[in-house]
Every structure is written in structure tokens, then in C-alpha cells.
Design a protein around this ligand. Structure first.
Ligand code: NAD
Length: 490
């Protein structure tokens, strides 16, 4: 029976062993709900990354030679264990992020679903059979592992972020080293515990904890890492691409967003308000797919704004299941997003509601930001272009569809986008013209299903897609095969 109680020091998991950082150093993991220390965490550096990569390299050939059906069965075992330990996993997610248990449970369920989806791919794992120009010659394409995958993730949906990378990386036959977010070490550690319990051979899957520059950068720079798969900010993603580009290592970047949600003059306004609230504020706005630019037609702007302000005012911020969203992940991010709101205000934007830290009663000591609505910012202003990753969204007034689409596409990003309209033609025109990896009609900018690809254009990524069978393209390479089965007669 695996023990998922919070350890006093969250250890690294290398070659099947839990161990402290080689330096013996630790750092404090704070509870975003109250700012108090939850536990300490191994503060890893290059030596720990070296050991983890060496373990993965040593274990990978046998794992890669295991049939993919068998690998899928072992991964299914992890998903089953995650189901059995759902409450414990959700409790860890809630504790390390401050989100409610309800939200942590649904995130855990999403991670489990990803496990089952990917495990099932072990019985498909399709290549391509085709024909040859020559007789007595077979031609087909199959997948092969890359080697060692370096996986680096953000803190916003921690167990789901682990699942989105670990399951497909392992299914494809790679060894892996996970660098968890320094803000969310617990669920990543728990996943490692369950992976071992499920029978993933020692060394195949390793986890190191620590800060980005100390533990993440050595993984990116490591010559023994064949693919780096990163979910995080665009600025770090750019550095990673430059670094891995020098040794031509495959690199999958899932980065930020500044996602538009259009409200047309024929929209169901009540529904549009509900989806706007979910897009902007669920998970405290800490989503790459958060709706941070709400683009509203002139004809319904004032009515929609009044409804949205009222609905925003009714939101409850806290960690209980009856609350709408919890704290942001750390004080540094909180300070940065509130500073951005102040700069917008100084530049002439109007803060309709929020824009402050909540410090009263149950919020004392925690990293809570009031749900924030801003209007009057220009499309070129910083607040309109820079991702804030918090419960902050901006309203824009436009004349018509043309202006709405132009503004929606006027962004350095291109991750998700949504339109609210009753016009099928408008919806189809939007789908055709919006420059985004995900387009939604009459829904939120967020929400993705495990069997569907997810990713974005421009500075939201570098062209790869996670989830779906497309994730297998990230973690495997192709081998083109010719078989002359009667060489004398080819
Ligand atoms: P971040 O880039 O600061 O950190 C993400 C991870 O990278 C952490 O584990 C961190 O330790 C590590 N890291 C930081 N510097 C590093 C370096 N020099 N080398 C290697 N690793 C390094 O991002 P964050 O603030 O933690 O997360 C929020 C960002 O993640 C947002 O931009 C959000 O949009 C993005 N995100 C994207 C997706 C997606 O699928 N597109 C999903 C979730 C989050």
C-alpha cells in the first residue's frame, strides 16, 4: 500500500530510490492558502540531474524493447492506482495549490483519464503500411523511441501536467526525467510513487525537484536528453528552444496564451457571462487557456458589462468547495500581476472591480487576488498583450465582426479562442479566420479532452500538440522500413 502522506522533505526519485538532493539542500514549499510552510523539498542541481539522466539512459533500452502493449498495461496500472488513491492525490493537489478539493478531484480525474487514454494507445500505436514501386518489397512506417525525455512542467494543474507528459513519453518507450514545478512538488512525487508501485522498472521514470535555473536548466542543457518537453512561460520556452537548438534536440513547447472570447450582438448573453466567468476566473485564471480578452460588440456591450460585473461580484474566493476559485500559486506572481494592473490603471484603463489582494479573515497570509475586470485598455497596451496568469480579464468594445476578429488575432499568442453567437455563419467564419490552436463556439476558452490535440500558434508553442494521438508524435520518431522479401525478384 503506497504511502502518500506528505513527507517532511519531498525527495527526488532516481533509479527507483527516494533520495535527497546531492547537496543535501532543501527549500520551503509554502501553502498558497496561508503562506505557511507545508514541507521542505529537495533542492536539486546539475549533479542530481546527471544522476537521473544516467538512470534513465541505463533503463531505457530494456523499456524500449518491452512491447508497447505491455508498456500500455503498466501505464494502465498507474491509472488504476491513481483511481484507487484519488482522494489522497486530490488532497495533495489541493494542499500544494490552495484550490478546493472539488477542483483538485476533477483535475485528478482528468489526469487519470489521460492515463487510460494513453494506455489504450498501446494496443494501436499505429504506423503506416503502404505499397512499394517494386514487387516483392514491403514498405511501412513504424514508431521508435527517442531515448530520454526531459519533462518540465508548470504548477497550475500539477497532476494533470504530470500526466500529459509522463504517460505518452513512457508509452513511446522513452526513459524520462520529470522536473516538477518548485511550487507543486507533492503530486509529482506521488505520481512517481505510484509509477514504481505499478511496475515501471527502476530508472525508467525519475523525478527531480528544484528551481528552474538550478534543476530545470541542467536538464535542458544535458547532452543525454533527446527530447525536452516543456510547459511554462514563453520567456523560458524561448531560452529552451535556443539551448536545445544548439544540439538539435527535439523540443516541444507548450507556452502561454492571451485568449480572446468574443461576445456578438446575437449571443445568449447569460450563457456568455457564465462562460466568461469560467474562462477568466476558474483556477484563479492560472490557465494557459484563460480568457483574458473579452471582446464585446457595441450593441450589447453595456448590458453584457453590467451582467458580468454583477456575476463577478458574486464570486467567492477561497479554498472551500463552495468557493469559486482559490489563491494564485505564489507571492511573486501575485505581486507581478497586481503591478501590471496598476500600470494599466496609470495608462488610462479603468478597473471595474478587483485589482487588489484579499487579506481579510480567511484570506490572511494567503495569495488571494480579487476577481478583476478592466476596461478601456488599448489593444496594444501591455495589459492586452502580456499574459498575467491570474484572475484578471479585460473588456474591449468593438463595432462588428470584422473588428472583433482583427482584435482577437492582434496578439503575440495563438492558443485558444471562443465566440458566442447564434449565427452558424458567424461561427464558421470565426473558426476559419481565428489564428489559434483551439477554437470554441458558445463555450469557454478553456477545457480540453484527452483524445484531442492541444497547443497553439505563434508564441504559444512551437507547433507540437499535446494530448490526443498527436502526443505520440512528440515522444516518438519514425522509422521508414523496406523489406525485400524475395530479393532475387525485386
Ligand atoms: P515558468 O516558465 O516560470 O516555469 C515553468 C517550469 O519551468 C517550472 O518547472 C520552472 O521551474 C521551470 N523553469 C523555469 N526557468 C527554467 C529554466 N531556465 N530552465 C529550465 N526550466 C525552467 O512558468 P510558470 O509561471 O510556472 O507557469 C505559467 C506558464 O505556463 C504560463 O505562461 C502558462 O500559460 C504556461 N502554461 C502553458 C500550458 C500549455 O499547455 N500551453 C499549460 C499550462 C501552463
Amino acid at each position: 500500500m503506497p504511502d502518500l502522506n506528505i513527507p517532511s522533505v519531498v525527495p527526488n526519485q532516481i533509479a527507483g530510490h527516494e533520495q535527497p538532493a546531492a547537496s543535501g539542500q532543501t527549500f520551503a514549499k509554502l501553502d498558497p492558502a496561508n503562506g505557511r510552510e507545508v514541507c521542505r523539498v529537495a533542492r536539486s542541481a546539475a549533479a542530481d540531474v546527471d544522476a537521473a539522466v544516467a538512470a534513465a539512459r541505463a533503463a531505457q533500452p530494456a523499456w524500449g524493447a518491452t512491447t508497447v502493449v505491455r508498456r500500455g498495461e503498466i501505464l494502465r496500472g498507474i491509472a488504476i492506482l491513481m483511481q484507487q488513491h484519488r482522494e489522497a492525490l486530490a488532497a495533495l493537489v489541493a494542499r500544494e495549490t490552495g484550490k478546493s478539493l472539488k477542483d483538485a478531484r476533477s483535475e485528478t480525474d482528468a489526469a487519470i483519464e489521460m492515463g487510460f487514454f494513453v494506455a489504450g494507445e498501446g494496443r494501436r500505436f499505429y504506423g503506416r503500411t503502404t505499397t512499394s514501386a517494386a514487387p516483392n518489397k514491403a514498405a511501412f512506417v513504424m514508431r521508435q523511441p527517442l531515448g530520454v525525455a526531459g519533462l518540465i512542467i508548470a504548477a497550475n494543474t500539477p497532476i494533470a501536467n504530470v500526466a500529459w507528459k509522463a504517460f505518452p513519453a513512457l508509452l513511446c518507450g522513452n526513459g524520462a526525467v520529470m522536473k516538477a514545478s518548485e511550487d507543486t512538488p507533492l503530486s509529482a512525487w506521488a505520481f512517481g510513487v505510484l509509477a514504481k508501485e505499478a511496475g515501471v522498472p527502476d530508472g525508467v521514470y525519475n523525478t527531480v525537484h528544484g528551481f528552474g535555473e538550478e534543476a530545470g536548466a541542467p536538464l535542458v542543457e544535458h547532452a543525454g536528453v533527446d527530447i525536452v518537453s516543456f510547459t511554462g512561460s514563453t520567456s523560458v520556452g524561448r531560452w529552451i528552444a535556443e539551448t536545445t537548438g544548439r544540439r538539435l534536440a527535439k523540443t516541444c513547447l507548450e507556452l502561454g496564451g492571451k485568449n480572446p472570447l468574443l461576445v456578438c450582438d446575437d449571443a445568449d448573453l447569460a450563457s456568455a457571462v457564465t462562460w466568461t466567468i469560467g474562462s477568466a476566473f476558474s483556477n484563479a485564471g492560472q490557465r494557459c487557456a484563460a480568457g483574458s480578452r473579452i471582446i464585446v460588440f457595441d450593441g450589447v456591450y453595456d448590458r453584457f458589462k453590467a451582467m458580468l460585473v454583477e456575476a463577478t461580484g458574486a464570486l467567492k474566493v477561497g479554498c472551500a468547495d463552495t468557493d469559486d476559485f482559490g489563491p494564485v500559486i505564489n507571492e511573486e506572481q501575485l505581486t507581478a500581476m497586481l503591478a501590471a494592473v496598476e500600470r494599466a490603471r496609470a495608462a488610462g484603463a479603468v478597473v471595474l472591480t478587483g485589482g487588489v489582494r484579499l487579506t481579510d479573515g480567511p484570506h490572511r497570509g494567503g495569495f488571494f487576488v480579487a476577481p478583476t475586470l478592466i476596461e478601456g485598455a488599448g489593444g496594444g497596451d501591455d495589459i492586452s498583450r502580456v499574459e498575467l496568469f491570474g484572475p484578471i480579464t479585460c473588456l474591449y468594445r468593438v463595432h462588428d465582426f470584422e473588428e472583433a476578429v482583427r482584435l482577437a488575432n492582434d496578439t503575440p499568442y495563438g492558443l485558444t479562442a471562443s465566440i458566442h453567437t447564434r449565427s452558424l455563419h458567424r461561427a464558421m467564419a470565426f473558426i476559419g479566420r481565428i489564428q489559434a490552436g483551439v477554437a470554441v463556439v458558445n463555450g469557454g476558452t478553456y477545457g480540453s479532452e484527452p483524445h484531442m490535440p492541444f497547443g497553439g500558434l505563434r508564441q504559444s508553442g512551437n507547433g507540437w500538440r499535446e494530448a490526443g494521438t498527436e502526443a505520440l508524435d512528440v515522444y516518438s520518431d519514425l522509422k521508414t522500413v523496406y523489406v525485400n522479401h524475395d530479393p532475387s525478384a525485386v
